[in-house]
Design a binder for this molecule. Structure first.
Ligand code: PM9
Length: 458
């Protein structure tokens, strides 16, 4: 019997960027000098960089070719019109405003829509969305399904909104809610997908109370791939069809193109409402630039338009989601506690089960990140107490239910051999976990503290 042909990466490599493994002593010294904050390291000190999947993708030859076709006119660049057409075709939204990245789109949307004291419901706010809601005097509220907080629940759509809770909240507070948001995939909950059934249900509840509904679309294509895999009635649909249906239920989206548009910089706000577009583009001139470039060069918009089409290719998504799962399966083989099932863009180590002897106020996930860097030169990112910040009313840490170290896989950058190295480094730290100690702040910034915090060991 002939063996079945396995699938490999759906690309070949044309350009390489050398990386270098330093010694354990060098790494221990570097991380101490960085105040035990992984954001404080130089990228050249890192062997395998899993800090983020944001802006770290390898672009294709087609995208690089597009970079050479940049039309850098201040107004009316042809690349803008290509991007506008692409966004309209893929999302169905009428108006598109480019922004320099995702949080800028959040800023414009929330600036226009949110008044102080109002609530913003979301399945789970990502930190920049939460920060923008707070910055405008709003109150972020998370309504993700309870399964999201159970690290070993195999529920297939752990990013789903708890629609009954959302409905009950709106019944009570509808007058103080200007919009409903939904983050796909749900980054703060482990990169978990949201089902199409849920997107439709959220949209119906939002409509019932007359509230516009916006999707945080950073990882829309990865989400669509999970829908195709896990939601039986969508197995025969193309990714483009699933994506079109996802967006058809919403009034607009914010997008960080640094994720599923496969570019290193960029974002956009897309909406159906002309008045909203006008208000946002007026503010955009203040914060981003003229509406046909929005903080981007023409060449960036061209690469973005091309990336948005490439990301819909199913063999790419199978490779992408498959690589993340490959790492997750290795870690499970080694007995390392992770959030299950594995999400779309990252494997999240469960620091509460990994380091149960370190209390949350001593930042177990951050401590785990430090150890993993020292062990194998692998840089993850804490999605835990340090990231969550403080409750603005009480000033206490906003202890999250999940305390995680995210191993975020850049798109089309590392091979499965790199995944093997990461898995062994994690297993080694797991073996010596009892000796790992916690951390405490020596410096803490008032906003988005995780970027600049400094720590010492307890
Ligand atoms: N996400 C991430 O690493 C990059 C910033 S934090 C190192 O996961 C969602 C769901 C995101 C996101 C960024 C943004 C903001 C909005 N929503 O970074 O401003 O995951 O382009 O996007 C990061 P920008």
């Amino acid at each position: 019997m002939p063996k079945p042909i396995p699938t490999a990466e759906p690309f070949r490599i044309k350009v390489v960027e050398p990386v270098k493994l330093t010694t354990r002593e060098e790494r221990a010294e570097k991380i101490a000098a960085a105040g035990f904050n992984l954001f404080g390291l130089k990228s050249t000190e890192v062997y395998i960089d899993l800090l983020t999947d944001s802006g770290t993708s390898a672009m294709s030859d087609n995208q690089w070719a597009g970079m050479m076709l940049g039309d850098e006119a201040y107004a009316g660049s042809k690349n803008y019109f290509n991007l506008e057409r692409t966004v309209q075709e893929i999302t169905g939204f009428r108006y598109m405003l480019p922004t320099h990245q995702g949080r800028a789109a959040e800023n414009l949307l929330l600036y226009v829509m949110l008044a102080p004291g109002q609530f913003v419901p979301n399945n789970m706010h990502f930190d920049t969305t939460k920060a923008h809601v707070l910055h405008k005097g709003g109150i972020p509220r998370d309504f993700v399904v309870p399964e999201a907080y159970d690290p070993t629940s195999q529920y297939p759509f752990k990013g789903d909104m708890d629609v009954a809770r959302l409905d009950a909240f709106l019944a009570e507070h509808a007058n103080d809610v200007p919009l409903v948001m939904l983050t796909v995939t749900c980054n703060s909950g482990g990169g978990q997908p949201v089902s199409l059934k849920n997107i439709r249900a959220v949209s119906e509840v939002a409509k019932k109370y007359g509230k516009p509904f916006f999707i945080d679309a950073c990882r829309f294509a990865e989400n669509a791939y999970f829908i195709k895999q896990r939601e039986p009635s969508y197995q025969a649909k193309t990714i483009a069809e699933i994506v079109a249906e996802m967006f058809s239920y919403a009034d607009g989206c914010t997008m960080s193109s640094k994720k599923d548009a496969l570019v290193n910089i960029g974002g956009f706000l897309a909406v159906n409402d002309h008045a909203l577009y006008q208000a946002a583009s007026g503010l955009g001139v203040l914060f981003e630039g003229f509406p046909t470039y929005g903080g981007l060069a023409g060449r960036d918009m061209e690469a973005m338009a091309r990336g948005l089409r490439e990301v819909l290719e199913e063999d790419y998504l199978a490779y992408r989601i498959g690589q993340v799962k490959y790492l997750g399966d290795k870690l499970l083989e080694y007995g390392v506690p992770i959030i299950e099932p594995v999400g779309g863009h990252a494997v999240y180590l469960d620091a509460k089960r990994f380091l149960p002897h370190i209390p949350q106020h001593h930042f177990p996930a951050q401590a785990l990140g430090v150890e993993l860097f020292v062990e194998g030169g692998v840089r993850g990112v804490e999605i835990g107490t340090n990231l969550a910040g403080r409750n603005p009313k009480t000033g206490e840490h906003d202890f999250p239910a999940l305390e995680m170290l995210r191993l975020t896989i850049p798109r089309r950058v590392y091979t499965n051999r790199h995944m093997d190295v990461i898995a062994v480094a994690c297993a080694n730290v797991y073996e010596r976990r009892a000796a790992v100690t916690g951390l405490r702040y020596t410096y803490e910034a008032p906003i988005l503290r995780h970027f600049t915090a400094r720590f010492e060991r307890t």
